[in-house]
Write a protein that binds this ligand. Structure first.
Ligand code: 5AD
Ligand code: SF4
Length: 336
């Protein structure tokens, strides 16, 4: 439903209009998350499998047009080694994320996914490799992939056009998301907060689109500029508005898996805790091999150390205990 059509839209817009942190909203969201998920926080091991991308989103450092980007792709062995390390560290979900790299054929990804599922049958595999054909999504699901992350980025057509080149379309993005659901994936979507030209009405449309899609996972994070993109001179999105939106999303989607994202922690480390006490219930530490980790630069200053690293799992558990939560070593499927 478009913004303006629902009588509650103006109330929602009013809540989103302030970008201050709202402690009362946060504690309402926290009590809802505790009713569904108790004090559990799910850990996902993030493996960034390729920094190549055929697309040219204006906001992203991995865009094909960024000639200065450092490119790599992981081999099957490197991915499996990262999973082995992750499993030993206690991770039971692996998120394979990458740009839209044409090198990653269905047969390559299917082979990787089925190998992970054979070696680690109690682990979930999440894919985050962009827009593909229905038949491709189906083949990957049949090979054992459990979940798929594909942010819609913005649900407003005119805003979508300002963030993407002509070759991309919001309609195709939405069709991909509904296809993923139909196939049977646990689906994640989401958007950037404070992306260039974004209005409060756009954010209301994003929330309304999420209600229509009813995803299992919702990832949002502040926009952070990358110097070698057309949006290099725009400002960062607001971390406090992002956290406010996490609370609103928790109230609207009590069952959702909502991560405290890397971009939030990149703006300031304390935002990770703030997001968790305001409704977020997932963190995604990085398991990408250290020798390439810095090359996956979606935006500048992206955190690649401290609590962002899967190897710091003990510190992550201590941080969670410190704020009243418990890291659990399970797949962490959606409870709906
Ligand atoms: N700032 C913040 N998030 C970004 N993403 C891409 N570029 C940026 C940026 N400059 C997000 C997009 C994408 C996800 C993998 O990273 O939402 O879906
Ligand atoms: Fe490619 Fe995704 Fe970056 Fe767009 S946001 S350029 S699709 S990696």
């Amino acid at each position: 439903m478009a913004a303006g059509k629902n009588p509650c839209d103006s109330a929602l817009a009013a809540i989103v209009s302030s970008s201050d942190y709202d402690g009362e909203l946060a504690s309402c969201a926290d009590s809802v998350r505790r009713k569904v998920y108790s004090d559990e926080v799910y850990l996902r091991g993030l493996i960034e499998i390729s920094s190549y991308c055929r697309n040219n989103c204006f906001y992203c450092g991995l865009r094909a047009g960024n000639a200065k980007a450092l490119r790599y792709r992981l081999s099957k062995d490197e991915i499996l080694t990262a999973c082995k390390e992750g499993c030993e560290l206690g991770f039971r979900t692996f998120v394979l994320q990458g740009g839209e790299d044409p090198y990653f054929s269905d047969s390559f990804i299917c082979d990787v996914v089925s190998s992970i599922k054979r070696l680690y049958p109690d682990c979930a595999v999440t894919l985050s490799i962009g827009e593909r054909e229905y038949s491709s999504y189906k083949a990957l699901f049949d090979a054992g992939a459990d979940r798929y992350l594909l942010r819609h980025e913005t649900a407003d057509d005119a805003h979508y056009r300002k963030l993407h080149p002509e070759s991309m379309s919001l309609q195709n993005r939405k069709e991909c998301l509904f296809a993923l659901k139909e196939i049977g994936y646990q689906v994640g979507s989401g958007f950037m907060v404070g992306s260039p030209y974004q209005t409060v009405e756009n954010i209301v449309s994003d929330i309304r689109f999420l209600q229509e899609l009813s995803p299992d996972m919702i990832g949002i994070g502040p926009f952070i500029p990358h110097r070698n993109t057309p949006f290099g001179s725009f400002s960062c999105g607001s971390a406090d508005l992002t956290i406010r939106l996490i609370s609103i999303l928790r109230l609207l989607f009590p069952y959702a898996l909502i991560p405290a994202t890397t971009s939030l922690a990149t703006i300031a480390e304390e935002n990770r805790k703030k997001a968790l006490i305001s409704g977020a219930n997932v963190i995604m530490p990085n398991l990408t091999p250290l020798k390439v980790r810095k090359k996956y630069e979606i935006y500048n200053r992206k955190l690649s150390s401290s609590l962002e690293s899967a190897q710091a799992v003990e510190s992550i558990k201590a941080m969670l205990a410190d704020i009243g939560y418990r890291a659990v070593s399970s797949r962490g499927d959606v409870k709906r």
